[in-house]
Design a protein around this ligand. Sequence first.
Ligand code: ADP
Ligand code: MG
Length: 235
Amino acid sequence: MSIKVENITKTYGDQKALNNVSFHIRKGEIVGFLGPNGAGKSTMMKILTTYIKSFEGNAWVNEFSVTEEKLNVQQSIGYLPEHNPLYLDMYVKEYLSFNAEIYKVDKNQVEKITELTGLTPEANKKIEELSKGYRQRVGLANALLHNPDVLILDEPTTGLDPNQLIEIRELIKSVAKEGGKTVLLSTHIMQEVEAICDRVIIINKGAIVHDKNIKDTLEDKNLETLFAELTNPQK
Ligand code: ADP
Ligand code: MG
């Protein structure tokens, strides 16, 4: 298993952001993690990437425990956080080289990833000069630098215009398929899952409410009702 989540509960005050969540993701699967705002998607991802340290239950990435083997987990994962924090006044090439040094990745790899993510023509621009779509490419390039097996992408297309959205989806798909990566990608858009993923996990109010492959998901007669509840929650 690439990702194994067992009985994770995360509480903020008296609110359960995650309530006994379990799922397994096999190597090479591209999984859409779908759910409305506040469902618990980012919290789950921060646990998997070892940013959140206190919770109940456990999770493993490439068989490394997120509580016991943090460094191994971090080496296994490429993470694009929700608001893609970038140093806007750095040049693309400079930013990626700077991170490559931190990861102890060699310069050839920086060039390879720059090319792979379509950033070669932009490499000498400042990040602040780039469109949102290209900034996402920089975030993705950064996540790929150390050649991780697993990609955790938190709403990678939120805020992009329709063309950029399609380009980033295609890029994620090709990078994942060609590199044999395992991907967990959060979104609140079903079409996005259809465009990229082979499996759909839906989370609502901290609990998993659906976990099926894409074909069974699209044929699922309950999905419409489920979506109506998610987008129009009634107490
Ligand atoms: P999503 O990414 O699906 O929108 P989050 O994981 O960000 O959801 O949030 C899940 C729930 O946990 C939300 O109700 C949110 O307000 C709460 N939450 C997230 N982070 C914190 C925090 N640092 N302190 C308190 N509550 C938080
Ligand atoms: Mg989020």
